[in-house]
Design a binder for this molecule. Structure first.
Ligand code: 16G
Ligand code: MG
Length: 570
């Protein structure tokens, strides 16, 4: 920590006296030091931020105090859970000027909801209230302040990330926590490190080398068993969104090159992060990224800015663009896992978890053709992840390409045994499943890991990208945004598929949906932007577009629309 001491807003001595009154154990926090250092990371006046579905996210220049305070909070969470906690500095697919931060819980999961509230409170506390808020959190959560704390930190490639991660470290050290700074990492790599460290190395080695080796070994083992080994299955174009994914994939590629050759685009050498490229751009614009030349039927994929999302795509012989999103990825993966289980002769319960954004065709295909039960949760990784934990094997994906598969400990043990004990074909299938389990990042959706899983499955099944795409045809759909004065007037139920308030809105949507075939529509307040999102699907693009527009008008009228009325046409 460098720099001059700033002028603190509260006199350390009086704070100390006050703290003694509140409780003896509070002396374990060096309140004077916290006040001094906090003033070096001062909160801009009037700035209010909320810990949303993906942590804090806003313009990088407003985040210094948030980073420092999340360093403090990570120490408290670490003391409370007696585990290593992760802090990731990234704003994922947001523009390069933005940044963000999120905390990673002991098993590599998203921060527990009650701590999200503490995070919001702490980030918004005025300088003079900082100590009180820290004490409050410690008391509410019965944090033993004498417990050791350990925090691991990772960051993406944004120009602002290095300095901001230093502010996190300042926060950690001022509360007496120890830390390891991994430097540049993808978000899912940081989740992996946290998971490894808290499971005594059973999940893997908590080093970047350990991550590369674990995944590559599983991948190479799997692809060795693929009978079709033509070049067609062995090369892939990857758009890295000019982000951290490029760096890490380049480091890793020689580990798995005997199974797959990757060609990297938007690798950060020229373009701007997430600008006209990356998974979010490709999914929302339904077109290929800039900076990648695609020949017909070539298999391509895009990562997002922190490499925790992936989508695939290709151009057909007529030059038409085809997107293969998270729904189709979930379908490929769950079908393959189910086939392996049948082959091994195990009847384990496997479930797929989606959100309301999942294309209706994917849900129908999974339920009716694959006979796999499908569940719907609210948007946001933590909701899907928790639901997926209820199954022996839970596959979850958001349509936007974030997802993974989770295997219960009992399943992992059973499959290991089968791989040793069973004979011939069954043994081969069990071995395959064992490797697939190792290839997934079970801590978080991971573009690199998912890419390798998908490539292995395509090679093993001898599927081309077109054959994969042809599993089912997506229903045409449209997403729109509506500006309203206060998006909180919209509340939803049934995994966001129905609006409870404002009165009359759901009835209006029901009436509109009735006008179209194979149609469905829902609205929800965004968790990351100040807008209401509208989703509609129907039997034709024209109908989906009309329905989405009409629903937007209903939102505008009934939920306090501001600015210009939604216009038809896109
Ligand atoms: C965040 C979520 C993502 C979700 C998106 C929805 C995490 C790590 N990320 O990026 O899962 O799809 O928000 O955004 O949970 P929205 O609320 O603006 O539609
Ligand atoms: Mg991301």
């Amino acid at each position: 920590m460098g720099g001059e001491w700033g002028q603190s807003a509260i006199c350390p001595e009086s704070a100390q006296e006050w703290a003694i009154q509140v409780g003896q154990h509070l002396l374990d926090m060096d309140l004077g030091a916290i006040t001094k250092y906090s003033a070096l990371h001062a909160k801009p006046n009037g700035l209010i931020l909320q810990y949303g579905t993906a942590g804090f996210r806003t313009k990088a220049e407003h985040l210094d105090h948030v980073m420092f305070r999340m360093g403090l909070l990570a120490v408290l969470r670490s003391k409370q859970t007696k585990s290593t906690i992760g802090v990731m500095v990234t704003a994922s697919h947001n523009p390069e000027e933005d940044n963000g931060v999120k905390l990673v819980d002991p098993l590599g999961e998203m921060l527990a909801p009650s701590w999200e509230e503490h995070a919001t409170c702490l980030a918004n506390a005025e300088e003079q209230d900082m100590q009180r808020v820290l004490i409050d959190i410690s008391e509410k959560e019965a944090v033993n302040l004498q417990q050791d704390a350990f925090v691991v930190i990772g960051r993406d490639t944004r120009p602002s990330s290095e300095k901001l991660s230093q502010s996190v470290i300042d926060g950690v050290t001022v509360l007496g926590g120890q830390f390891h700074d991994y430097g540049l990492l993808t978000t899912p790599q940081l989740h992996y490190m946290v998971y490894c460290r808290n499971t005594g190395g059973r999940y893997g080695k908590a080093t970047i080398e350990g991550y590369y080796q674990k995944l590559s070994k599983a991948f190479v083992e799997l692809t060795k068993q693929a009978s079709c080994s033509g070049d067609e299955y062995r090369s892939l174009k990857v758009d890295c969104a000019n982000g951290i994914g490029a760096l890490k994939l380049r480091e890793m590629e020689h580990y798995f090159s005997q199974g797959l050759s990757v060609q990297l685009f938007n690798d950060g050498s020229k373009g701007k992060l997430n600008h006209l490229c990356g998974a979010d751009f490709v999914k929302s614009h339904q077109k290929p990224p800039q900076g990648m030349e695609i020949k017909s039927n070539e298999r391509c994929c895009s990562f997002d800015g922190d490499a925790d999302r992936i989508v695939y795509y290709y151009h057909d012989a007529d030059g038409h663009f085809h997107l293969i999103d998270g729904d189709k990825i979930a379908t490929l993966i769950s079908s393959f896992l189910k086939e392996l289980l049948v082959e091994i002769g195990e009847s384990l319960n496997i479930g797929v978890v989606q959100t309301a954004y999942a294309n209706g065709s994917s849900t129908r295909y999974l339920e009716e053709v694959m006979k796999v039960p499908v569940y719907c949760t609210k948007t946001g990784v933590k909701h899907l992840h928790h639901k997926a934990q209820e199954f022996d094997i839970g596959v979850y994906f958001e349509a936007n390409g974030h997802g993974t598969a989770l295997f219960s400990t009992a399943v992992e043990m059973k499959i290991k045994q089968s791989a040793e004990q069973l004979e011939d074909k069954k043994r081969k299938a069990a071995k395959m499943l064992e490797n697939i389990i190792d290839l997934f990042n079970q801590a978080a959706g991971d573009a690199i890991s998912d890419m390798l899983v998908i490539e292995a499955i395509l090679a093993l099944k001898g599927l081309t990208v077109q054959q994969w795409d042809a599993l089912y045809t997506d229903l045409p759909n449209r997403q729109l945004k509506v500006q309203v004065a206060d998006r909180r007037v919209i509340s939803t139920t049934n995994a966001e598929r129905q609006a409870v308030t404002p009165p009359g809105l759901q009835e209006a949507i029901n009436d509109l949906v009735k006008k179209y075939k194979l149609s469905r529509a829902f609205v929800r307040p965004s968790g990351t932007e100040d807008v209401v999102r509208v989703y509609a699907e129907a039997d034709s693009q024209e109908s989906a577009d009309h329905l989405a527009h009409e629903v937007s008008l209903a939102v505008f009228q009934l939920a306090g629309g501001i600015g210009e009325r939604p216009q038809p046409g896109f």
